[in-house]
Write a protein that binds this ligand. Structure first.
Ligand code: S3P
Length: 435
């Protein structure tokens, strides 16, 4: 539980947010199946990424983690070198959908059996989206309880390449198939309706795999083929834009604020929140772009600015899907109405976020109408929101988004579970208090 008071003093100062969660996961996964030693800096030592580390340790990979310094060393075993602790090997992925889905693609072609399970949230998240394409490639993968959710039992098989038209733009689905494709005979291609985050493609390329990505009339294609071996390399993980988003919102909402956020990853497939916040009137300056490993990064200067409602929908959605809770909070404090559309995927996140955002916004006095693929939010146009009791349902992004809302609300807000932020941002409250 955490109580947060309304804030009248501006936020000022500098902050460096922790490493990107998606890139941290992939660095450990690809490092584990590469030949040689992968040194990772800027690693996010949040519970989700530590679940990935734990899974690969159980698969025989030596991984050392310095949580304080964000340094990880992965002694890769090569594509065919995983040595499970037992057969079947039981892997626990905690709250992490990314671990569960991508590791399934790596395990499907291995010469052993794996059983993957996670926490209560993972046990309700849809896995058919990876089971179906992996099965088409020849995998033997079943949902132990027959409900298309984890636990999953995967018996290793030889795979063959396919072309898969994914009904959803999902980087977890795409990455799972591409990882399986490294082992599969022939060419493996994923076509998605809009471009989802492309960290896997970038990192695979950096590790020496052949990857083509291009847009055609039928969607975005990512193509790979049988890979002899991946080569280890150094990886620097940029700051997580999904974590930076809470501070962008907080500085935008509290009058007089001015903060500098250092080293934030702004891969275009992730940076939709900046573009949309700017279209709402946010004052965000991008201070020069550099390349950290295969990912672009920058410093962001954010100053308070009055916001107005916008329509958020279409192909930008995959580039800000995890930032919708905090964008919804910004919309609640803006002038006018915000329409969020084409975001039905919100229902399949750590919680059904159409539902959990609606409940949170209603609790703080905002008028919101949930829709099947988003929501309509009436901005309070300057009238303060009301501090309230917020139920997170164990969802880290709901906790952080409504902690930001609390700063702009009248009175006191109580977040029921402050520890759920640990999966992606263990130092969140310390950093928020430091500004
Ligand atoms: C992620 C992809 C997204 C995102 C999730 C992390 C990833 O999910 O919401 O938090 O690292 O690949 P989907 O692939 O289901 O869209």
């Amino acid at each position: 539980m955490r109580t947060i008071l309304s804030r009248s003093a501006p936020l000022r100062g500098e902050i460096t947010v922790p490493g990107d969660k998606s890139v941290s996961h992939r660095a450990v996964m690809l490092g584990s199946i590469a030949k040689g030693t992968t040194e990772i800096t800027g690693f996010l030592s949040g519970a989700d990424c530590l679940s990935t580390v734990d899974c690969f340790r159980r698969l025989g990979v030596e991984i050392s983690v310095n949580e304080q310094e964000g340094k990880v060393t992965v002694c890769g075993r090569g594509l065919r070198g995983l040595r499970p602790a037992s057969d079947p090997v039981n892997l626990y992925t905690g709250n992490s959908g990314t671990t569960t889905r991508i590791i399934s693609g790596i395990l499907a072609p291995q010469p052993f059996t794996s059983v993957i399970s996670g926490d209560a949230s993972i046990a309700t998240r849809p896995m058919r989206r990876i089971m179906q394409p992996l099965s088409q490639m020849g995998a033997h993968i079943e949902s132990v309880n027959g409900n298309d959710c984890a636990p999953l039992r995967i018996e290793g098989r030889d795979l063959h390449g396919i072309t898969y038209h994914s009904p959803v733009a999902s980087a977890q689905v795409k990455s799972s198939i591409l990882c399986a494709g490294l082992y599969a005979e022939g060419v493996t291609e994923v076509v998605e309706p809009s471009l989802s985050r492309d960290h896997t493609e970038r990192m695979l390329r950096a590790f020496g795999a052949e990857i083509d990505s291009f847009e055609e009339k039928d969607g975005w294609h990512a193509r790979t083929k049988t890979c002899p071996e991946l080569e280890a390399r150094r990886i620097h993980v940029p700051g997580d834009i999904s974590s930076a988003a809470y501070f962008i919102a907080a500085a935008s909402l509290i009058p007089g604020s001015e903060i500098l956020i250092r080293g934030v990853g702004i891969n275009p497939t992730r940076a939709g929140m900046i573009e949309v916040a700017q279209s709402m009137g946010a004052d965000i300056s991008i201070l020069g772009i550099r390349r950290d490993s295969a990912e672009p990064a920058t410093d962001l200067l954010v100053r308070y600015a009055p916001l107005h409602g916008v329509t958020i929908g279409g192909s930008v959605i995959p580039a800000l899907i995890d930032e919708i809770p905090v964008l919804a909070v910004m919309a609640a404090c803006a002038e006018g109405t915000t329409y969020i559309k084409d975001a039905a995927e919100l229902k399949f996140k750590e919680t059904d976020r159409i539902d959990t955002i609606t409940k949170g916004l209603s609790a703080i006095g905002c008028s919101v109408v949930p829709e099947n693929d988003g929501m309509i939010i009436e901005g309070n146009s300057g009238a303060p929101l009301t501090g309230s009791a917020i139920k997170t349902y164990g969802d880290h992004r709901i906790a952080m988004a409504f902690s930001v809302a609390a700063l702009a609300a009248r009175g006191e807000t109580v977040i029921d579970d402050e520890h759920c932020v640990d999966v992606s941002y263990p130092g969140f409250y310390r950093d928020l208090d430091s500004l």
